[in-house]
Design a protein around this ligand. Sequence first.
Ligand code: NDP
Ligand code: HSE
Length: 441
Amino acid sequence: MSKPLRIAVAGLGTVGAGTLRLLQNNGAAIAARAGRSIQVTAVSARDRGRDRGVDLSGMAWFDDPVALARDAEADVVVELIGGSEGPAKVMVETALQTGRHVVTANKALLAHHGTSLAALSESVGRTIGYEAAVAGGIPIIKGLREGLAGNSISRVYGILNGTCNYILTQMQGESAGGGNPPAGRDFETVLAEAQRLGYAEADPSFDVDGIDTAHKLAILTALAFGCEVDFEAVHVEGIRNVSALDVAYADELGYRIKLLGVARQLNGAIEQRVHPCMVAKELPIASVSGVFNAVVADGDFVDTTMYEGRGAGAGPTASAVVADLIDIARGTTLPVFGIPATELTRRPNLPMAEHCCPFYLRLLVIDQPGVIADVAAALRDEDISMESMIQRGRAEGEGQAVPVIIMTHETEEAHIQRAMARIAELEAVVEQPRLIRIVDL
Ligand code: NDP
Ligand code: HSE
């Protein structure tokens, strides 16, 4: 067998410790597949004294991850610290500049600096493996870059954040309790539970505000369409405004609410958007629940393909990190985004204002004559056609509010936004109207 592939690992948290554990548990099978063993020569983290639950004996310790990237005896540097700037970025650049391959799970880093890091890696003849950065254990990078390499991809979309999918699934509740529609559980309650269970970060904003999904989408977009990574071009909305009432009405109307990242190419331009979507219950992606992720890619010859699995956690993410290490050990290295970085194109963005789809609107209005006429006038003036409307029962007392649900026919985004702004100004509308796009997948 050839000499071992030597790796240095920076970050010994959930993913770093998981990666070491996987390498220790499955070492023999990995060596057989890689054609040589994978040997951890050095590690770095902040707190040297912390018990990581893995055996670190024989590994050099570095307090400074940049020093590890520069000085460790390693062929590959594995970055599992996180963050788009700071030590993660500097250590990845240092590793490449000193002739090491890089493996990382850091989607924020690649979303912000993917194009320049790919160019740097290719200029020094090294690669960056990032299977773990998108959808955890699902081999979607390999799937797009190799499995679907013969296709022209028209669209890629998916559930890319396990925390949000867990929250939205839990908000469905048991559909019990006798309400009409039955009340599920509200966002804040389920978020607190997700934090307790360790799914959501202590600062959950990257997850629930859609940023983590947008990071992953920007990476998938570059890979699927051969364009530069353009995180700034992603339209991003999170799930904070989705209420238990919306989830219950969606259920009644035949939908599930999912936070999707959707990227599409149309006439040479690219659309990238992240927002809550109403997805028909019978679609396969509607059944992806809890912390699971799913990615769908449409290719011209393969048609629609879907990949599902665990998108986070020590085991699934380590599985992806080690897959990249095995590829490097075997000598299988490919251009980071499927084509040379210098050939990645810069494409125009399809403006969100021109996006067209049917909408779900939820208003909270004072139950009095004329309110619906005013709402309908705002929709009429923007050429928006209603498909259906629900208002059940009456408010219990004078001046009290009731929910009104309106489903529209296909409408251009700019029109619905103008109508929403006008409806929000009506005196009888007591809460910012809520809008969820209905997607036709
Ligand atoms: P953790 O917070 O669990 O671990 C981060 C590790 O980095 C810790 O060991 C920490 O050291 C170390 N660290 C932080 N700052 C420094 C520094 N300045 N110098 C040296 N070490 C440092 O993060 P995760 O393992 O969850 O995430 C790691 C990466 O993987 C991130 O990019 C994340 O987005 C990505 N990822 C995570 C997934 C998950 O399920 N957790 C899934 C997919 C991707 P110490 O332990 O001493 O504090
Ligand atoms: N916070 C992320 C999630 C981790 O919930 O999916 C995986 O990237």
